[in-house]
Design a protein around this ligand. Structure first.
Ligand code: SF4
Length: 65
């Protein structure tokens, strides 16, 4: 499976707004929106994978485009 056929998705109903993904792990992929994180670059980068692993509520996932 090629990563370019995949995209990052945040389940904003799960996100608790901890800021880890956008401020610590992958600021090039996520930013802080209206009380939740939002995807700004859907490319599945190594940093994004760190954010997925580190998200305390499992709100970030990879979906097929
Ligand atoms: S790491 Fe998870 S809970 Fe924290 S802001 Fe990002 S998506 Fe939300």
């Amino acid at each position: 499976m090629e990563e370019k056929n995949e995209k990052l998705v945040i389940d904003t109903t799960k996100c608790i707004g901890c800021g880890f993904c956008c401020y610590n792990a992958a600021p090039n992929n996520f930013s802080f929106g209206d009380s939740t994180a939002v995807v700004t670059n859907e490319e599945v980068t190594e940093e994004a994978k760190v954010a997925i692993e580190g998200c305390p509520v499992g709100a970030i996932s990879i979906e097929k485009k």
